[in-house]
Design a protein around this ligand. Structure first.
Ligand code: PNS
Length: 161
């Protein structure tokens, strides 16, 4: 049986921390579907097509990956794609409460789909898409924290301002 995981998120934009989780996930799953879903708590900076483009460019050398987006419930998406698991990255303790709540809600909505947490590499423990965007906005050097395409994109946006 093929083991498939959904790796959902805002990916606004994809960071090296996300890539780290995907690579670790591929040691456990045959296929990972990277999916941009709506997080009602966040106002997106990049459009969905832009985020897909950045994911595609960043993951072009990695196999057994599919990249897509959806506007509905995560567990419904997982069923539609015959996935057994939801993959999420865990950084510090501060992530725990939100992740715990989301995992238990998803379990309540569909008991057949398991949430699997992987720890990010230590180098990425302090990074997030939000804090990277903030640093980039004020001229911080975020080159080592994001894939090259994301670095160029953020550089071009803030250079113009
Ligand atoms: O990267 P994020 O913003 O932490 O990802 C959160 C995301 C997009 C995975 C979450 O908001 C989500 O699953 N949205 C889709 C709607 C849904 O199914 N919500 C879960 C029920 S609590």
């Amino acid at each position: 049986m093929q083991r498939t995981a959904i790796y959902p998120g805002s990916f606004d934009p994809v960071t090296n921390g996300h890539l780290d989780i995907i690579k670790r996930g591929l040691t456990l799953f045959d296929k990972i579907i990277v999916t941009i879903l709506e997080n009602p708590e966040k106002n997106a900076f990049f459009t969905v097509p832009e985020r897909i483009e950045l994911l595609e460019a960043s993951l072009k050398n990695i196999g057994n990956i599919e990249i897509t987006s959806d506007g509905g419930l995560l567990v419904d998406f997982a069923v539609k794609h015959k996935a057994q698991a939801i993959l999420r990255g865990m950084r510090a303790v501060s992530d725990f409460e939100y992740e715990f709540q989301m995992a238990l809600m998803n379990r309540k909505l569909n008991r057949d789909i398991q949430t699997v947490f992987l720890m990010t590499g230590l180098r990425w423990i302090f990074t997030s898409s939000s804090i990277i965007k903030e640093a980039a906005q004020f001229g911080g050097n975020i080159k080592s924290m994001v894939p090259p395409v994301v670095f160029e994109k953020l550089k071009n946006i803030y250079k113009k301002e």
